[in-house]
Each structure stands twice: as structure tokens, then as C-alpha cells.
Design a protein around this ligand. Structure first.
Ligand SMILES: N[C@@H](CCC(=O)N[C@@H](CS)C(=O)NCC(=O)O)C(=O)O
Length: 211
């Protein structure tokens, strides 16, 4: 398999961490959605990352579809969420909220880099979406006592959340007040200390235009 995209993307990072966690071998093409857009277009006309090329030559896009395929490859016993039931739904809910935060943070980053020209209304809306969702997740996390969101072991909820959390802090410095998000910060730190997270990290730089 070949993973296309840079590790400063919270979505690419999530896929790479999942690949490492599952010990699935892959090659990495750290192509930029800006500088290498036309190279990416040969595999994905949306010119978006992550894009994952499978052994049969087919290309997968959208993090949820890629992760779903990786779960299928390793089988239900090793997958980072149960195949069905309430724990799966609880995990998917956190994944969706964390992915939404990452999505809005990416949009705000692009606008701060003058890659898009947003209205003040749109920017304020994105900021509220990021902050209110993190605040909701913080209050839900505060009610949990387990080391990871769904219990004793890592799940897709933790990977998605930790990737979104780190990216949001780097992409939007000053937006998040960490002392209001202590539970999320602690969970993210637990994830970031793990080997598969440490293997997959590229700091977001301001010369970027590369995410
Ligand atoms: N919903 C997509 C979001 C992926 C995404 O936003 N990727 C960014 C890089 S972080 C991208 O491809 N940006 C270029 C673009 O959207 O045109 C997913 O989950 O894979």
C-alpha cells in the first residue's frame, strides 16, 4: 500500500498511525496538496489527502473509508473499534466530532494563509464550531475514568481526537485555552507518548501551503 499526503495533516496522520498500530507495511509519498496537486490528481481528482493506494492499484479517499478498509484487513479481533453495538457507536461519535474539529481547523488554517478569503461571519462560525465541539468533548471526557476514551485500550476515537487536538493547537495558536481542556490534553498526551504516534509526526510550519 502507498499512503499519499504529509504528516502535518491530521487526517493523513490518523491513517498512518492506524497503519503502524496494525503493523501493516506501507510506503509513504509525502506529496503536498498544493505543490504536488497535479501528481495527486493522477490518483484522486479531488487532489485531497489522505489517499491510499491499495495493492490492486485502486485508490481510496476519505479517512473514514480508508480506516474502514484497514479494519477489514486486520479483522474484527484487532480492529480499533468493535464491529457493531453501542461501544462502536460511542467511538464513531467521538471520531466524527474530532474529525469535524480537524476539518474546521484546516479551513481556518487555509484562510490564515490567504489560500481562501473568508468572510468574518464564516471565520467566527468555524471558530465556534472548533471551540464548542472541543468543550463538549472535554465535558464528556471529564465523566470518564478510563485511560482511553472507550476503556483500557486505544481506539479510533483516541487516534482521531489526538490528531485533531495536536493539529488544532499548531494550526490555530492561541485559539485553544489548554487549561479549559485538561482532560483532552491528558488523553492526547497519553496517545502522543505511544510509539505509533511518535513515528508519525511532522510539525506544521508557516511556510506550509503544504498541508
Ligand atoms: N474529509 C477528508 C478531509 C481531508 C482533508 O481535509 N485533507 C486536506 C489536507 S489536511 C486536503 O486534502 N486539503 C486540500 C483540499 O481539500 O483541497 C478526510 O477525512 O479525508
Amino acid at each position: 500500500m502507498i499512503l499519499i499526503g504529509q504528516y502535518d495533516s491530521p487526517f493523513v496522520r490518523r491513517v498512518a498511525i492506524t497503519l503502524h498500530h496494525y503493523e501493516l507495511p506501507f510506503e509513504h509519498r509525502p506529496w503536498s496538496v498544493w505543490g504536488d496537486a497535479e501528481t495527486i490528481a493522477a490518483y484522486n481528482p479531488l487532489r485531497r489527502v489522505p489517499t491510499l493506494l491499495l495493492e490492486d492499484g485502486s485508490a481510496l479517499f476519505e479517512t473514514f473509508a480508508i480506516v474502514d478498509t484497514l479494519d477489514e484487513l486486520v479483522g474484527a479481533e484487532r480492529a480499533l473499534l468493535p464491529a457493531r453495538g453501542p461501544v462502536r457507536r460511542a467511538g464513531l461519535r467521538v471520531v466524527a466530532l474530532a474529525s469535524g474539529v480537524a476539518d474546521k481547523a484546516v479551513s481556518l488554517l487555509y484562510s490564515s494563509l490567504d489560500l481562501i478569503v473568508p468572510s468574518a461571519t464564516w471565520t467566527a462560525r468555524c471558530r465556534s464550531q472548533v471551540l464548542d465541539t472541543l468543550s463538549l468533548l472535554e465535558s464528556e471526557r471529564a465523566a470518564l475514568t478510563t485511560p482511553y476514551w472507550l476503556g483500557e485500550s486505544l481506539s479510533h476515537a483516541d487516534v482521531a481526537l489526538a490528531c485533531a487536538f495536536r493539529f488544532t493547537q499548531e494550526a490555530l495558536p492561541g485559539l485553544i485555552e489548554l487549561n479549559r481542556l485538561r482532560g483532552l490534553a491528558e488523553l492526547a498526551a497519553r496517545c502522543e507518548a505511544r510509539a505509533e504516534f511518535q513515528r508519525v509526526y511532522l510539525p506544521l510550519t508557516n511556510n506550509l501551503k503544504k498541508a
